[in-house]
Design a protein around this ligand. Sequence first.
Ligand SMILES: [Zn+2]
Length: 313
Amino acid sequence: MQRLLACHQHQPLAYQLQIGTVKITIIAESVGPLLRWQELYPDATEQSMASSNTSAHRNLYDAHSGRLVIAIQAFLIESDGIRLLVDTCVGDCKQRARPEFNHAGFGWLDRLHAAGVSVHDVDFVLATHLHVDHVGCNTYFEDGRWRPTFPGARYLFVKEELDFWTSDSAKSPLERTGDYIGDSIFPIFEAGQADIIEHGHVINSSIRLIPLPGHTPGHVGVCIESEGRRAVISGDLFHTLLQCENPDWSTRFCVDPQQSRQSRRAFFEEHADTETTIIPAHFPYPCAGSIHRNGGSGYEFRFLSPEKVSNIF
Ligand SMILES: [Zn+2]
């Protein structure tokens, strides 16, 4: 088994922000140097990396290993008595293609409990998309089979996304080794806890989904609006600051790189220089921030100041 990802730079692993009356708790599973930029971005060059602001940030790029710092984390949204868990990380004890994920022991569920949340407290579980690092803690292994981790939850699946990943066209060897659909998605259906939803699904008066297709066909963001404030959990629309500086860079993991580019540009254009708090799936602490035009063809992401975030541990 490969060495587990180290927690990076002693950053907080569980912390909260408030959007009007809605509370968002971010609970990290792992934070650390994970992907080489060449592995993630086919359009990146040595020159573009050298001139990027990202390379200068120790919290975002590990120059020693040449790897980008990636946080893998879940977002618990509490609103009007509803608890919605968005993205459930990689999970433990699962057979995976990537050595860092294979038969891992991250202990994310212990961290959830330490943050004061029981698995019985979660009402809804949603993945922004069905990639391996967003669905792992959907299930856990007990008595010889995979069972839903959250016994009282309805698990919401966006129809386009589910159709894509359960069709034959999705069976790329890279993605399917270890069959994460088989151990993290199908058991939810077998347990009768799955609901199939549209990409514009409304959870309640403060929370709705917005389609952000391209990275995957049914990729969605989660829009939170309360008391005149707005935040968007933007999933894997962009993985690092490099894609703010270079909005046309899609990743090697994007199913449709062109559509991903269009969704990202339209999203940045809509929210640039506004009060919207953007919460990308893989940004390390404090994760959230705002997007601003940088005077050229790109954008600048400004992280929230630490006093706007409440650290739990
Ligand atoms: Zn991801």
